[in-house]
Design a protein around this ligand. Structure first.
Ligand code: ZN
Ligand code: CU
Length: 487
């Protein structure tokens, strides 16, 4: 007996950017079994009338499951495998391990910043295989692909992180990375912006990226600088990837700080020029605020800062730094120091820059959601529906098909995910049914934990994972291993 679902009479958007058309999609045995019109009358003999669930998709769109290419979900998929913030947005696959910060391969009792973006619990996995076993036991609602973080490798192989890795340390990092690539990691990420990686020279990253190249993986980077020196940082990333021979993904592309507003007019042409000689892409989230750990250097007294968590002062979460500083009778930098360790949303971007990056043909959508924050940035619960509601339906930056492409087909291609990201017969049945007229984010800076509207049904590996009223039904996600020839 074959268990099957027939999605009938919806606007079929295949994830390639091609125009949608009215038709049906048949899911069976975890795969997309057929796409066409009037499939009800052409069911394969193996599917009996009692084995099939028919879903009327009149007025709705049928799209590939969304791929959240920028996440820090490494640990949360194990601790809260229902993954409600993600699956409720239509996300069926998350790419974990971004910004140089990955849960593996590292065993440590108490993670130091910025590793604590993944929560304050211990790190327990020194191999991809160990993580895969834990994932299989947890049964997350979404698929997971992992990047190996350069910063994590440094913590694993070095003592003093305020300098470049020595020759021996770098050999050890390369060996550990090779083992993880062998185990199926999708590639490597770096976060040269963060202190434990900042001292690493480009050559250190090139050596590691060459290991990634041998296995056919990708390299994503949180640039060394997203403010005054962003052009230099972009060139460094481009050279690193080019000389190692790996595809480059620029993480959460932005021009941060009021002095840099408008500078995507400079950065995007640099990225385009790079793309003429090497594979380059970027990810972006649809908000003018960024979010990371509390850092004094990001507090300039001009931009608004909203506290998302604080270990010494949990009572201050959800409040602005300016109001906390006023209450304490100190300046904002001093208040920032007193709240650490903690996290915040920084209103550091200009809307025009955000729009320019989202509309750019090389950009794909990644939430960069921080699932361990007490009062998280709303991107954790709302990023994907917000792109559809605000940037497709309201502002018409692009067609619905292009918006979907930026969340599916383009993302799968850039991260080399095998047979996902498009509606194609024989491919994995990660599928979303959504209401184009109603879909929208509800999460806000004030109330960041809220289900989106208009995501009607989400299928992961053919199983109904989510229905639009907040209900998780099946947890059918798995580890997606890099599908590329071994060296
Ligand atoms: Zn980052
Ligand atoms: Cu990130």
């Amino acid at each position: 007996m074959t268990r099957a679902t027939l999605l009938e009479n919806g606007l079929v958007i295949d994830g390639t950017g091609a125009d949608g058309w009215l038709g049906d999609v048949l899911l069976a045995d975890g795969l997309i079994a057929a796409i066409g019109q009037n499939l009800r009358n052409q069911l394969p003999a193996s599917i009996g009338p009692d084995d099939i669930t028919v879903v009327d998709c009149t007025g709705l769109a049928i799209t590939p499951g969304f791929i959240d290419v920028h996440t820090h979900d490494d640990a949360i998929v194990l601790r809260h495998p229902d993954m409600l913030p993600k699956v409720s947005q239509g996300i069926t696959t998350v790419i974990a391990g971004n910004c140089g910060i990955s849960l593996l391969p590292l065993v440590v009792e108490k993670p130091e910043p910025p590793l604590n973006l993944l929560g304050n619990d211990s790190f327990q996995f020194d191999t991809v295989e160990g993580y895969e076993t834990a994932l299989a036991e947890a049964r997350p609602a979404v698929n997971v692909a992992v990047l190996i973080g350069h910063t994590t490798l440094r913590f694993a192989c070095m003592g003093d992180l305020s300098r470049a890795a020595s020759a021996d340390e770098l050999d050890a990092m390369c060996a550990l990375l090779a083992q993880c690539m062998q185990g199926g990691a999708a590639g490597m990420s770096s976060g040269l912006f963060y202190e434990p990686a900042f001292a690493a020279p480009a050559e250190e990253v090139v050596r590691l990226a060459k290991v990634v190249a041998r296995y056919g993986g990708v390299y994503s980077t949180h640039l060394r600088d997203e403010m005054a020196s962003i052009i230099e940082a972009l060139h460094e990333a481009g050279e690193t990837a080019f000389s190692a021979g790996v595809p480059l993904i620029v993480s959460h592309h932005k021009c941060a700080g009021t002095a840099n507003w408008g500078r995507t007019l400079e950065t995007l042409p640099v990225i385009e020029a790079m793309a003429r000689r090497q594979p380059v892409a970027m990810d972006v989230y649809p908000y003018v605020a960024g979010s990371t750990v509390l850092r004094e250097d990001l507090v300039d007294g001009v931009i608004d800062v909203l506290v998302s968590w604080s270990t010494p002062h949990p009572e201050m979460t959800g409040r602005t730094l300016v109001s906390i500083a006023a209450e304490w009778g100190i300046d904002q930098k001093a208040a920032c120091r007193r709240l650490q360790p903690g996290g915040a949303c920084y209103f550091q971007m200009h809307e025009d820059d955000v729009k320019r990056v989202i509309a750019h043909p090389l950009s794909m959508i990644g939430s960069d959601g921080l699932p361990h924050d007490q009062h998280p940035h709303p991107r954790l619960w709302g990023a994907f529906p917000r792109v559809l509601a605000r940037y497709w339906r309201e502002q018409k930056l692009f067609s619905l098909e292009t918006a979907v492409y930026k969340m599916t087909g383009l993302s799968a291609r850039n991260f080399r995910l095998h047979q996902r990201g498009q509606l194609q017969v024989g491919w994995h049945a990660d599928v979303v049914v959504l209401d184009p007229a109603r879909v929208r984010d509800v999460a806000s800076y004030e109330n960041p934990i809220a289900l989106s509207v208009g995501i009607e049904k989400v299928f992961v590996n053919g199983a109904l994972a989510y229905v639009g009223d907040g209900l998780i039904t099946a947890r059918a996600g798995r580890l997606l291993k890099r599908h590329a020839p071994q060296p």
